[in-house]
Design a protein around this ligand. Structure first.
Ligand code: NAI
Ligand code: MG
Length: 490
């Protein structure tokens, strides 16, 4: 860590006054039960586990630990709702319920954003401006499809799949829940959803909202627990479809356990996206895009731009500008509206990131971290870059899921593409150039599901999302996202 002394002069001497979001307007209960059949019910074995605020390590609440009996109860409730009102309801009526959820989410956006930040550690600016508005946008978008499925699949007779088990991670808790629930309901399915064990609270708030929205009982069931609970959902014989977002290792386990069954599945897994900066790019804009791609949200993004490939002629300039920009990034209290980089989601994830920082240095790469202070309690990682890395280094090949960027250089477009594609993953990528022709060459040359040009990490409900290779199976979002929740009858 050689560059701590490098603190840049322009960042000395002044600070933003704190601008904390208040917690007066939210309610977090001491304990949350399981949301099954439209009601909150205690878990069969009566066990609960705590969820903490990773920025303070304080306990926020306890949530139920669902075991096999509970999952069975949830699946039965979902099946009953499917056979009962939901699959028989007119599609336009179904759409109205989904529109209602969207509107209520918008109305309660501030409350959801605050709880998301407390439970997961992401900056309030991000939950407020990205997660919650996009979550509502997904419900709005898919609500519109509910009575137009005939247009989505012209000439085909589509039917709902049935009961969907949905398992989501901790990096975009409410947004992932919305990505999964909204298209499932629009196509007439019922669901059992499990949030990640470190970020269950906005899912439980969504359960309350769904109850308030008056959805028929059992259409949406929300259960809490860790990996074992997730595995029980996957293996339940009466589940028709699995939707999973999380690590590639768990994705593999799920794929294996589904082999030979009739269950449909989509898996959205890890990534190691490359951002290519060409010498003709608008460099300041590109540096901003890199910062947005890997440092915001603590690098807890499956499609994060965790590799930077920069053309040799501008490498020094880009790295220098990046270092300067890193010095101005504010790391700390996620509830402060000035904060750029919040808390790492959990002690385990921080340990993983730290182990990669050591691996990178042991592999001979040069590490540079910004020199900001971080709070004493909670889990933090300053923005970090590695230079002098080679293609075979583990920090270039493996997903770190933290604010850590590996930087390589290239001379020609072909070399840049070869390096970008030399990865087991294929979720996303980025290109920065002034030339339209280069954009087309790169977007066609990178084998990844999403490629951004002169921007990064932009999302829209109308756009499909998903990966190649070890990044997953299937697409979510847009028209493609509907396909995962229907059966073609003709
Ligand atoms: P994970 O894959 O273990 O957890 C994701 C979800 O799957 C959670 O809800 C978890 O309870 C559930 N789960 C765990 N084991 C399961 C099993 N055997 N069957 C069914 N469900 C199961 O991810 P984890 O351990 O939290 O993070 C580890 C790494 O995964 C991260 O360092 C990161 O590299 C990657 N990751 C990728 C994400 C993505 O968006 N693609 C999101 C979160 C993590
Ligand atoms: Mg938490």
């Amino acid at each position: 860590m050689k560059s701590q002394a490098n603190k840049l002069a322009f960042n000395d001497g002044w600070h933003y006054a704190p601008a904390p979001e208040s917690t007066d307007h939210i309610r977090i209960d001491e304990k949350y039960d399981l949301f099954i059949g439209g009601e909150f019910v205690a878990p069969e074995e009566g066990r609960y586990f705590e969820t903490i605020n990773p920025a303070t390590e304080d306990t926020l609440s306890s949530v139920a630990l669902a075991t096999e009996t509970d999952i069975d109860r949830a699946v039965k409730a979902a099946r009953k709702a499917y056979n009962g009102p939901w699959s028989k309801m007119k599609a336009s009526e179904r759409g109205k319920y989904i529109f209602r959820i969207a509107r209520m989410l918008q109305e309660r956006a501030r409350e959801f954003a605050t709880i998301e930040t407390l439970d997961g550690g992401k900056p309030i600016r991000e939950s407020r401006d990205i997660d919650i508005p996009l979550a509502a946008a997904h419900f709005f978008y898919y609500a519109g499809w509910a009575d137009k499925l005939a247009y989505a699949f012209p000439g085909r007779n589509v039917r709902a799949v049935g009961v969907a088990a949905q398992i989501i991670p901790w990096n975009f808790p409410l947004l992932m829940a919305s990505w999964k629930i909204a298209p499932a309901l629009a196509c007439g399915n019922t669901v059992v959803l499990k949030p990640a064990e470190t970020t269950p609270l906005t899912a439980m708030k969504l359960a309350e909202l769904i109850q308030d929205a008056g959805l028929p009982p059992g259409v949406v069931n929300i259960v809490t627990g860790a990996g074992e609970t997730g595995a029980t959902m996957v293996n339940h014989p009466d589940v028709d479809k699995i939707a999973f977002t999380g690590s590639t290792s768990v994705g593999r386990i799920i794929q294996k356990s589904l082999a030979g069954t009739n269950k449909k599945y989509t898996l959205e897994l890890g990534g190691k996206a490359a951002n290519l900066i060409f010498e003709d790019a608008a460099i300041d804009q590109a540096v901003e895009g890199i910062v947005n791609g890997i440092f915001y949200n603590q690098g807890h993004v499956c499609c994060a731009g965790s590799r930077l490939l920069v053309q040799e002629s501008v490498a020094d300039e880009v790295i220098e500008k990046l270092r300067e920009r890193m010095e101005t990034l504010i790391v700390g209290d996620p509830m402060d509206k000035n904060t750029d980089i919040g808390a790492i989601n959990s002690a385990e994830q921080l340990e993983t990131i730290q182990s990669y920082l050591k691996i990178g240095q042991d592999e001979g790469a040069e590490m540079y971290q910004s020199s900001c202070d971080v709070p004493r309690r909670g889990y933090w990682c300053r923005p970090t870059i590695f230079t002098g890395v080679s293609q075979s280094n583990r920090i270039v090949q493996e997903e770190i899921f933290g604010p850590v960027l590996a930087i390589q250089t290239f001379r020609t477009l072909e070399e840049g593409l070869t390096k970008a594609n030399n990865t087991p993953y294929g979720l996303s990528g980025g290109v920065w150039t002034d030339k339209g022709a280069k954009i087309f060459k790169v977007t066609q040359g990178i084998r990844a599901g999403v490629i951004w040009a002169n921007t990064f990490n932009k999302f829209d409900p109308t756009s499909p999302f998903g990966g190649y290779k070890e990044s997953g199976v299937g697409r979510e979002g847009g028209l493609h996202g509907l396909g995962a929740y229907v059966k073609m009858a003709t």
